[in-house]
Design a protein around this ligand. Structure first.
Ligand code: HEM
Length: 448
């Protein structure tokens, strides 16, 4: 019941999830349009950069905002002080990202700036709302540490992102004697492993045990893992920003090594939760989640290999694709297809009547289409990068667009079932073993 009291008006988290589902289609469409420029992309304006930020700002950060506003209020038991700041974040961020993408795609600095300012204002406000919730939260010590780390990384990546956009328009960095690629690398590490990475690992501490009906990850082992990952992140950002010939590459490889140990230990804790959980059949969503864990570890092996030049000219782009498409996007799409029906069920039962089963809410056909398209799209993009060819990227991205449309179909169908007609209770459950019954939460330091 406490959880239901903390439910936000459904349109608030869902507008972010809906926008993420739309930008997911935009990501693949931009990648298909700019396919010939993708192999060899190491920054600079154009369609690949716009596609990259349709993914990072339009899908990853967008979902993170919607999920954080809802999950943190339920998990911490703390209410938001007011709803209007959350509405304001959505009015600034959702269209702001669109304008920024256009500016990056056509390399128009004024348009980029017109999009960037509302995006930065929204991210700042989101940071303030989240910090206020974290400050008042009780319990959940380790997940909260992850989210504080993610907020600190968000501040850093936004500042570096601002400098990178300003440099696109005014070439300021060279004038300051600052190496643009060093800023780009630090921005990428802070954004991928800092902001999005820490949020994904932090929320996994809550969501994976919740969906698997398992014990929360063991304390203080999960705290030690967080300390190792945070240390690796700080080391990597410092070495990226201080390009000392030979030394910084060595420093980055050491940081990646520490990160690899931390990430492997995190994945081991998650696998233990799945193995010991009371719910064994977790369906398609956790196939995506498990694949993403493999990609997380692979990205921390590919990174150092790319830095040592052992992955060829495409090394850095390949590393970015494994981390962003293989790990973060796959993880997010796996978890989101559980969160959306879960939230709809919570809201539907709030309006009285028999709470719907999650399996009644989530049509499985679009998810099957999506999973097949997503796998083909990611593999073909990676093949295009390894082969240094644009056409596999174009085919892959076009299949990605189909997968994105299937995911949008799923999201709309579930949302409509919140108020609309649902399949008859007792109708045969879907073939893929949908999400199943509701779950209870546990705190991450082992206390119920
Ligand atoms: C405040 C929002 C952001 C702005 C203004 C921004 C801006 C930029 C710009 C201008 C570049 C091009 C750098 C270059 O030409 O070398 C870039 C690169 C990149 N950004 Fe962002 N970004 C933002 C947020 C993010 C987020 C949230 C992520 C990931 C989660 C991300 C991931 C990346 C990656 C991976 C690169 C490629 C690195 C490179 O080019 O060296 N960005 N960003």
């Amino acid at each position: 019941m406490g959880a239901q009291l903390r439910l936000l008006p459904p349109s608030l988290p869902f507008r972010f999830f809906a926008a993420a589902a739309v930008y997911h289609v935009v990501l693949w469409a931009l990648l298909a349009l700019g396919a010939d420029e993708v192999p060899g992309f190491v920054g600079g304006p154009g369609l690949p950069l716009a596609a990259l930020h349709a993914l990072t700002l339009g899908v990853l950060a967008m979902t993170a905002i919607g999920a954080t506003l809802q999950i943190l209020t339920v998990a911490t038991g703390q209410a938001l002080r007011a709803l209007w700041p959350c509405h304001l974040v959505s009015w600034l961020y959702i269209p702001g990202v669109g304008v920024l993408l256009v500016g990056l795609a056509i390399n128009d600095h004024l348009v980029s700036a017109a999009g960037l300012l509302p995006v930065l204002a929204a991210l700042g406000l989101f940071g303030a709302i989240t910090a206020d919730l974290l400050r008042r939260a009780k319990g959940l010590r380790v997940p909260i540490l992850y989210i504080w780390t993610a907020l600190a990384a968000l501040a850093g990546l936004a500042l570096l992102g601002f400098l990178l956009v300003a440099d696109l328009g005014h070439g300021i960095l060279a004038g300051w004697g600052v190496d643009r690629s060093a800023i780009g690398l630090a921005h990428m590490i802070l954004a991928v492993y800092g902001f999005m990475g820490m949020l994904a690992l932090g929320y996994s501490q809550i969501l994976v045990p919740m969906f698997a009906l398992a014990q929360a990850p063991a304390f203080p082992r999960n705290l030690h893992i967080h300390v190792a990952l945070a240390a690796a992140l700080i080391l990597a950002v410092v070495w990226a920003l201080v390009p000392l010939e030979g030394l910084s590459t060595g420093g980055l490889i050491v940081a990646a090594g520490i990160g690899l140990v931390g990430a492997a230990a995190h994945v081991a804790q998650m696998v233990t939760a799945l193995r010991t959980g009371m719910r064994k059949r977790l369906g398609l969503s956790f196939v995506l989640v498990r694949v993403s864990w493999g990609a997380l570890v692979a990205s921390l092996v590919a990174g150092p290999l790319a830095l040592m030049g052992l992955l060829g000219g495409q090394g850095v782009t390949l590393w970015g694709a494994i981390a962003l498409l293989g790990w973060l996007l796959t993880f997010l799409l796996g978890v989101l297809q559980r969160i959306i029906p879960f939230l709809v069920a919570m809201n539907a039962s709030k309006v009285g009547g028999v709470p719907p089963r999650l399996s009644e809410l989530a049509p499985d056909m679009p998810l099957l289409y999506h999973a097949a398209c997503h796998a083909a799209a990611v593999v073909l993009v990676l093949v295009g990068l390894v082969a240094d060819q644009g056409w596999p990227v174009r085919i892959g991205a076009s299949i990605g667009v189909c997968g994105g449309l299937a995911y949008l179909w799923f999201a709309i169908a579930v949302y409509r079932r919140m108020h609309g007609p649902r399949p008859e209770r007792g109708a045969p459950p879907p073939a893929t073993g949908g999400p199943g019954v509701e779950a209870g939460g546990e705190t991450s330091n082992g206390k119920r």
